[in-house]
Design a protein around this ligand. Sequence first.
Ligand SMILES: NC(=O)C1=CN([C@@H]2O[C@H](COP(=O)(O)OP(=O)(O)OC[C@H]3O[C@@H](n4cnc5c(N)ncnc54)[C@H](OP(=O)(O)O)[C@@H]3O)[C@@H](O)[C@H]2O)C=CC1
Ligand SMILES: O=C(O)CCC(=O)C(=O)O
Ligand SMILES: [Mg+2]
Length: 738
Amino acid sequence: MTDTSKPDVLYTIVDEAPELATASLLPIVRAFAAAADLNVGTKDISLAGRIISTFPESLTDEQRQSDDLADLGVLVKTPDANVIKLPNISASVPQLVAAIEELQAKGYALPDYPEAPATDEEKAIRARYDSIKGSAVNPVLREGNSDRRAAKAVKNYAQNNPHSMGTWASDSKTKVSSMAGNDFYANEVSATITAAQAGDAKIEFVGKDGAVSVLKDVWPLEEGTVADATFMSAKSLASFLAEAIEDTKADGTMFSLHMKATMMKVSDPIIFGHAVVAWLGPVWDKHGEAIKAAGGSPNSGLGDVLAAIDSMDNAAEIKAEIAALDRPSMYMVDSDKGITNLHVPSDVIIDASMPAVIRAGGKGWDEAGNKGDTNCVIPDRSYSTIYDEAINFFKANGALNPSTAGAVANVGLMAQKAEEYGSHPTTFEAPADGTIRVVLANGETLHSHDVEGGDIWRSCTAKAAPIQNWIELAMDRQRLTGSEAIFWLDENRGHDAQLIAIVKPALEAAGVADKFQILAPREATAQTLKTITAGDDSIAISGNVLRDYLTDLYPILELGTSAKMLSIVKLMKGGGLFETGAGGSAPKHVQQLAEENHLRWDSMGEFCALGESFNFLADSKGNAKAGVLGRAAEEATQGILDNNKSPSRKVGEPDNRDSHYWFARYWADALSKQTDDVELANHFGPIAEALIAGEEKIVAELAAAQGKPADLGGYFKTDPEKTAAVMRPSATFNEIIG
Ligand SMILES: NC(=O)C1=CN([C@@H]2O[C@H](COP(=O)(O)OP(=O)(O)OC[C@H]3O[C@@H](n4cnc5c(N)ncnc54)[C@H](OP(=O)(O)O)[C@@H]3O)[C@@H](O)[C@H]2O)C=CC1
Ligand SMILES: O=C(O)CCC(=O)C(=O)O
Ligand SMILES: [Mg+2]
């Protein structure tokens, strides 16, 4: 629910594990902030909240909710923004459907998700739901470029307390497989829009008969925008996937597919669907139409297809045919429950999944729960080379040593829906054989591709001001650190060649060209791994997709998790967006909490973001008390690290809630000891004492909660009272905070 008072800082209400953590941490934050006359408000950007706010006409007054995402989208374009953003669900269709069903069961009279919309009304409902699907939050809020790095204290901690790493054998059969051609990488063309070309462009499909149909009628292109177009051939993709399955069998490894079906919400579910079809092979050829008629959609995963088959009269026959297929083993999401890599498009998400394989020494888990090598299938080559090169490097050199490795920070071009992550409205499956072209406002054809029916065509942009801002941010970070700094750009790619033509003169004009390298992703990976292996640091200056991939890959190798990252988005209009960590909402953690009341979520990202947010408030608004709170929060974060108070993974050991107690205690202690603000020191003195004196009782009360199932009253929309009871089980602690 939205706060009506004017908040100084906004904290987002999200989903899954970070939302559970919020139930414990936010009351502490609010209590501490209130002592400094600061108001921490909330904005609900959870999947359930976004669904509810989209269909007010179906709901009662009590059920209705304001469109907090839209409000935040406006706020981040003002200098007043100070937002702490936790990770939220970017829903795949199966997740969206599950959330709708849960809300319906709770009495929300929402329309069903129309899988195959027929009427205009169904099409309109589908369009509204599709705006909630996939990565619908981050692109709205990210009105600035990203600066992600490990705080010095966090990096030092990781070096002194190295996490476990799998070993890499030089004869590991784990590898990355990508298409040889006719992928997005091969077909990309790009241009920078001139003044004469600027205006509203159109995207058109021209059939073999010359008939023109409009795919996108208004596509605004400003001067200076880098505008790309590319496509992936559906036929080449299908034959590549069929070969990859055979190749995996020949290797005796397991098949795994690594996509970003959440964030690339239009293109990647289609590619995922091709993989499901390839896996089913002759069974799909024979029964595909009937399965589709029964409501099964490969783009929603094998789970959806199998559920549709279950509803068919010849289910047993089809299932026997599937079981008789000669297939390699498959990489599993949950071998105990029989959930494969191909079951749900959002279960295996490349930024988290590839680092997990690499950290484990190239291992995945098969149907029987056995650990083994895997063929990592990443069809498009634009970015797959970073994983291929990393795997080659570790096979040759052994796993990275977290005790000695240097740090990789990232400066990511992300503002204003930059690059592929902004391509959803301009991605199309070719309706038939023909041509797809971009026609500019002045009538000129900018890009044109001959396509076949089913080819996946997409266009995306990066605007001029965000590109300049990104280059400046890179120069700032390099100057402040003196680190090696690499622009991860490939001169052989259409888009990257345009960026290089902007980056090079900008660096030269600033007189800093000698401080930077420009390397293609494969070469940049090799160079970066060499640098950090030698104990030195590197700054990866990258586009939006690589930002996403690199800020999980390197933190997971260096720190064991990307949850501990500092993730700052300096908004272009002067505000601040502080993202917590670089990972997601950890659905597995919720499962563990529900089963045994242990939450292993690490709030280090939230702790870091809190310090940054209060310090930013101090700097941007001259609020001295916020500065005192911010500096003390940094000391508390240091205290968590110095004293090993981060959550453990196992039930019966300290968890997320314990770490919040320690954070509050160190925070209060630092506030009571500082001398910049006597009033705050006096206020927090007794609180710090009470927290210290209550340690034994509080820790015992928190421990007593663990070991039995926890009832949250829902998954996508939990019951606030039940959740508070689960997440705040220490009466002693609550009383001190209250
Ligand atoms: N910024 C955002 O809004 C983001 C949202 N997402 C969304 O999150 C969901 C899950 O995505 P997925 O790719 O599975 O990635 P996650 O990052 O949620 O999970 C991968 C693994 O990373 C570890 N992990 C992540 N965060 C933490 C943390 N704070 N503390 C401890 N461990 C952590 C966990 O490992 P272990 O299980 O071993 O403990 C977890 O299982 C999806 O809906 C996705 O769209 C994803 C990325 C960013
Ligand atoms: O928006 C999303 O779906 C995920 C974002 C993400 O993974 C990231 O920014 O690192
Ligand atoms: Mg990511």
